[in-house]
Design a protein around this ligand. Sequence first.
Ligand code: DC
Length: 236
Amino acid sequence: MKKIIIAIDGHSSCGKSTMAKQLAKEIGYVYVDTGAMYRAVTLFALRNGLFPDDGIKEEELKAAIEAGKIEISFRFNSETGRPDTYLNGEKVEDEIRQMEVSNRVSPIAALPFVRTLLTEQQQAMGREKGIVMDGRDIGTAVFPQAEMKVFVTATARVRAQRRYDELMKKAKTQAERNALNFEEILKNVKERDYIDSHREVAPLRQAEDALVLDNSNMTREEQSAWLLKRYKEIVG
Ligand code: DC
């Protein structure tokens, strides 16, 4: 069967990654979470003190990128059946999902030199096709020629609830659970929507030829079945 590129874009916390991973597994494709790449750059910036008083030390971040000091890769984890994100050889899958990173990632993702670097890496990953890539600009900027494009969305409240549940499940102590605040998460979801869709370079928008999936009232199984059906229609 011919191999294609599947681009899955949409708002934050709408379950794109879960759907994309599941589809990749079912059809034997490579899965790439591009949000994890922007998160890894953000983690690098946090660890290196590049966020002074609400700003970003852009020149220093740019210099680090140019000097090849930020190397992001994915390695398949046979225990979870999913790829883990590595930053300079260190597994950072958990660190990049923390609120500290979530709160800072949108301004990092708006920097043109960060987007250029990551877009080039993503295009290289898709050269052989047979890939499911999720993000914000995959169908519009990274692979405008992708054979299958899906734009996923759900209401901000539904998405904030999903993120809250996910963080609650991951929290290891009662103190971590107590620190979770639904309103704060909802605010973060809305802020990210705004920044992601209003930035100058590759803003989040629906590609004209994308299939739209509003999953506010769908179960995971329904979404997976929907995606698989569309894929089969496209590859024939
Ligand atoms: O999907 P996510 O929440 O892990 O994405 C993290 C951030 O990265 C989000 O604020 C948008 C940004 N992003 C982007 O600008 N372009 C992509 N292709 C993927 C993510």
